[in-house]
Design a protein. Structure first.
Length: 284
C-alpha cells in the first residue's frame, strides 16, 4: 500500500489566535475611549449620513452615553437604485459631528480605492461590512494602514472564516481589529438575521481581539434591538453598535431597525444596569 502523505509545512502561527497573545487586546482610540479587556463602549448613530440631522443625532447619542459615532457615507445596498451614500460630503459631516461632540467616528469603507481617503481624512475606525467580509483585497488594503478596523461577520461566515478575515488584516501589519457579530442568515424569516450570541463567548475563547455586537442588523426590527442589546452585553460583548435616527420613518436606509433618540436613552439606561449587575460576564 502506498502511504499518501498530506503533511505540509507546519501551519504558521496565526496572529488572531488567543494562543499567540493570551492577554485581551485593548484598542485605544484616544480621549479615554478603549475597547476590549474590560473596556466597553457603545457605537451609535444613523445607518446613513443624510445631512445636518447627523449633528442632532450625534448630540443625542452622546447625551445618552454613547462614546463613538457611526454613520455610513458609502452604503452597500441590495439594489443599485437605492441611496448609495453621500460619499465625501458624508465624511465631512461625520468630521463636523466629531468636532462638536468629541466622539471618535466609525464609517464603512467599501472599496480599496477609498481607503487612502479615509486615512487622509482621519476617520477613527474603518468598518468593513458583512458584504465585504471576504473581500480579501479590501482586507489587505485596510491591513496596510494604522487605522483601527471594525470587521463585521459575513452573513454566511463561520467564526473560523471571520477569524481568517481578521488574519488577512493583521498579516499586513494592522493588528487593531474589532470583530463584530451582526447576525447570520438562517431559515428564519421573522427577523432580518439570526443573532448568533454564541459567537461572543466563542470568539473570546478563540481570539484576544475585542468582540462587538450589532443588535440592529441582527434583528432588523427596532422593537427587538433593546432586548438583544442587553443580551449581547450580558454575553460579554466589548462594544455594541446600535442604529439611532431622529426620524426613523423617514430614514434613507434601515429605518425599521433604527431606535428613536428617546428609545436609545432608555436602552442606554438598561445597558448600564446590565453592566453593573454582571461585572464579569465571562465568569473570570
Ligand atoms: C451597516 O452597519 O449599516 C451595515 C451595512 O452593516 P452590515 O454590513 O452588518 O450589514
Ligand atoms: Mn444599516
Amino acid at each position: 500500500m502506498i502511504a499518501i502523505s498530506h503533511a505540509r509545512a507546519a501551519k504558521p502561527q496565526r496572529k488572531v489566535d488567543r494562543a499567540s497573545h493570551p492577554e485581551d487586546t485593548v484598542i485605544d482610540l484616544g480621549g479615554g475611549v478603549k475597547i476590549g479587556g474590560g473596556h466597553f463602549q457603545v457605537i451609535a448613530g444613523p445607518c446613513s449620513v443624510e445631512g445636518d440631522n447627523l449633528l442632532t443625532i450625534a448630540a443625542r447619542c452622546k447625551a445618552a452615553g454613547a462614546t463613538l459615532l457611526r454613520g455610513g457615507a458609502y452604503k452597500p445596498r441590495t439594489s443599485p437604485y437605492d441611496h448609495q451614500g453621500m460619499g465625501e460630503r458624508g465624511l465631512d459631516l461625520l468630521l463636523e459631528a466629531r468636532a462638536q461632540t468629541g466622539m471618535p467616528i466609525v464609517s464603512e469603507v467599501m472599496d480599496t480605492r477609498d481607503v487612502e481617503l479615509f486615512v487622509n481624512r482621519g476617520i477613527d475606525v474603518m468598518q468593513i461590512g458583512a458584504r465585504n467580509a471576504q473581500n480579501f483585497a479590501l482586507l489587505k488594503e485596510v491591513g496596510r494602514t494604522k487605522t483601527p478596523v471594525l470587521l463585521k461577520r459575513g452573513m454566511a461566515s463561520t467564526l473560523e472564516e471571520l477569524l481568517m478575515a481578521a488574519e488577512y488584516i493583521m498579516s499586513e501589519g494592522n493588528e487593531r481589529v474589532i470583530l463584530c457579530e451582526r447576525g447570520i442568515r438562517t431559515f428564519e424569516t421573522a427577523t432580518r438575521n439570526t443573532f448568533d450570541l454564541n459567537a461572543i463567548p466563542a470568539l473570546h475563547h478563540l481570539t484576544h481581539l475585542p468582540v462587538a455586537a450589532d443588535p440592529s442588523h441582527a434583528t432588523g426590527c427596532a422593537r427587538y434591538v433593546g432586548p438583544m442589546a442587553l443580551a449581547a452585553c450580558a454575553a460579554g460583548a466589548d462594544a455594541l453598535e446600535i442604529e439611532v435616527h431622529d426620524d426613523p420613518a423617514n430614514a434613507w436606509s434601515d429605518g425599521p431597525q433604527a431606535l428613536t433618540c428617546d428609545e436609545f436613552d432608555t436602552t442606554m439606561e438598561r445597558i448600564r444596569a446590565i453592566r453593573s449587575a454582571i461585572s464579569s460576564p465571562r465568569g473570570e
